[in-house]
Design a binder for this molecule. Sequence first.
Ligand code: UD1
Length: 362
Amino acid sequence: MKALLIAGARPNFMKIAPIYREALKHDEVECRIVHTGQHYDYEMSQAFFKDLELPKPDFFLGAGSGSHATQTAKIMMAFEELCQNQKPDLVIVVGDVNSTLACSIVAKKLLIEVAHVEAGLRSFDCTMPEEINRIVTDSISDYFFVTEESGVKNLIREGRPRDKIHFVGNVMIDNLFYQLKNLAHDNGDCFSTFKLKQEKNGYVFLTMHRPSNVDKKENFEEIATALNIIADERPILFPAHPRTRKMMEQFNIKFSSDISLLPPLSFTESLFLWKDATLVMTDSGGLQEETTALGVPCITLRENTERPITIELGTNVLAGNKKESILNAYRESMAKKGKNLSAPPKWDGKASERIWKILSSL
Ligand code: UD1
């Protein structure tokens, strides 16, 4: 079987790493990595390939940034040509970024089968570009690999065939466990944030980049006000996404000196910091899941989540993006410390193994 494994943006890289590693164990599979180039800065892209032990991509499409239509169209045009040359049997897409959408549409129109890893998640909020990407990708995929029960229910409700829906667990967690093991042999003194971690007792780890939080001035200001109040109590470590940096400058957002602004960090350096944080505050999908897996308290700076299991079984609390709701969530989350947690079903580090077992028996 000739498979193309697609990655384009930062959250894709940790998902393809375990899928790729597992593919190498199957002689009958030739799995090649396609990087669409949606993310391109060293810290947003190559750093992750190194860090996650991924080889250089077999194909690089160089799409770059742009409006949604421009970016999606550029990826589609380049990927169509690649598929025509390579003639894969299967295209594997992960997650919900523009690259996921673009490559699944191209493959399907060329009559190539599509497998979607992390299928079925729904925020029911179509103001999120990712929700549109999820719905469209799932409406045309052939195989659905699902991380949590809610995904199975959503896909069945949307009329997807039951026998193509496979609840396999979470490849993000495969990667998390793999990287944690590596980190266990290391005290982290190679990281630039090693000293900072020691100095900032009881710190909060923050990530934030969603358009709904940083592209609207009022929203960004509300969040920044709440963060500055929290920083009076606990230092905050904040690796900032390029989009967030750009909007901070544009809106002249000022953060307290107790908030340490950092460049985007590699996966392992970020893990090195958040695994020992008192609290994680984020608008990322992946961190909601990863904090759940390790039992680290998490506040999500959004009104909704497509990952309800992180609230049912994990530490996740939804905070929205208003000052008072964030401060309330902060207090609630601090009070919940020590809550009895159980790991979501099948988040055991074996999702990629299950995926390839199914794919190689097709
Ligand atoms: C994308 C994903 C989002 C994911 C996020 C993680 C979509 C619709 N969104 O959002 O789901 O959570 O990646 O990072 O696919 N930029 C750089 N260097 C880069 C990449 C981006 O400077 O390497 C800047 C550019 O100004 C660009 C902006 O960031 O315009 C946004 O990048 P883009 O890929 O469009 O969306 P993200 O916000 O990164």
